[in-house]
Design a protein around this ligand. Sequence first.
Ligand SMILES: *Cc1c(COP(=O)(O)O)cnc(C)c1O
Length: 423
Amino acid sequence: MIDKFTLAYAKQLDEKDELKNCRDKFYIPYIGDKEAVYFLGNSLGLQPKKTQDEVFNVMENWANFGVEGFFMGEDPWLNYHKTLSPILSEIIGAKPEEIVTMNHLTVNLHLLMISFYNPTPTRYKIICEAKAFPSDQYTFQSQVKMHGFDEKDAIVEVQPKAGTELITTEDILAAIEGNKDSVALILFSGVNYYTGQVFDIAAITAAAHNANAYAGFDLAHAAGNIKLELHQWNVDFACWCNYKYLNSGPGAIAGAYIHEKHFANKALKRLEGWWGNDEKNRFKMEPAFTPSPSAEAWQMSTPPMILLAAHKTSLEIFKEVGFGKLLAKSKELSAYLFYILNEINDTKEFNILTPANPDERGCQVSISVRENAKAIFDELLKNGIFADWREPNVIRVAPVPLYNTFEDIFYFVNVLQKLFQDK
Ligand SMILES: *Cc1c(COP(=O)(O)O)cnc(C)c1O
């Protein structure tokens, strides 16, 4: 049997990798005079080398044309966003008209809950995962309170199975069934930020509809990381940020999805602004709002062109490389990481929190370290590895198919093994 936990083997995998040149499209951070091993694409994706030029083009158009930049120049701003949705369509698994690029993630979550969380005295509960990302918890709590309900009663958190960090689909479906007369909204992440667990969006959505509730998803850790089929799964709404796996820069403009079946639903409430008006008469400045026949009805304000430029640059890389190929490489990277992590863990120095089943995880792998976790994490950085720390003892690493290598993974596990041996 060949030894897979060697530098030579990792290098061989990189050599055979069809996408090995993608890395050259990105600026890789340095630690000292060495390229870092950057495993934080789940936190802030790296900068594409073309982003600065694309942003500069917007600045040039502004300098040259002033407001006429909306209509003049190479890429007039008025239709600039129209090139984004077709690319996102594949990444999100939705029709282009079901996608709108706007605002920021938490803001979009609130705006979509205005439409899809309309509690009544008898049907008012939100079912979500325990330990959801804090911003999501604050969103749920403030929405529930805004509608006059008590968060302790109205928010139902599905807990992980005892002794694990993972939440089973079975338990989620049981929670929906158990609250089927009082639940208004099921809101889960697509991939849990802490464990890297992928939730069964299709099954959760079907169960929600069965209970006459809406199903929405926060895809912050899912967009650009796993295969999604939001339209086909009949998901009501979703939102995500674009600065994690979608490499569109710190505080990037975010995305939202609304299933087309809701476009004509006049009973659905919505907070509206002039950029949600149908583009056909948007600039006639009429007093009555004519909703865009698409997810753009939820758009409120003038699009931020500089942010769109950064987003577009990154999406064009996804288009050029092919999302399917990226997903395939992602699976190979995380399978290799899993394999060699298990190789060095005879002494059970750590526990892998992320599901072992490749269908239940994206590229992120989270490990909880038994002893001296923080000291070990600090040593990683000293060894040129950017990983992520979560209290009390969790290290998260996300090998991203666009710019991480099998050698990165080998190096990380090799350093980890030495740290455990030396401690
Ligand atoms: C990253 C992340 C956020 C961040 O929200 P912003 O509004 O973009 O700051 C929210 N929710 C989840 C699940 C996240 O992973």
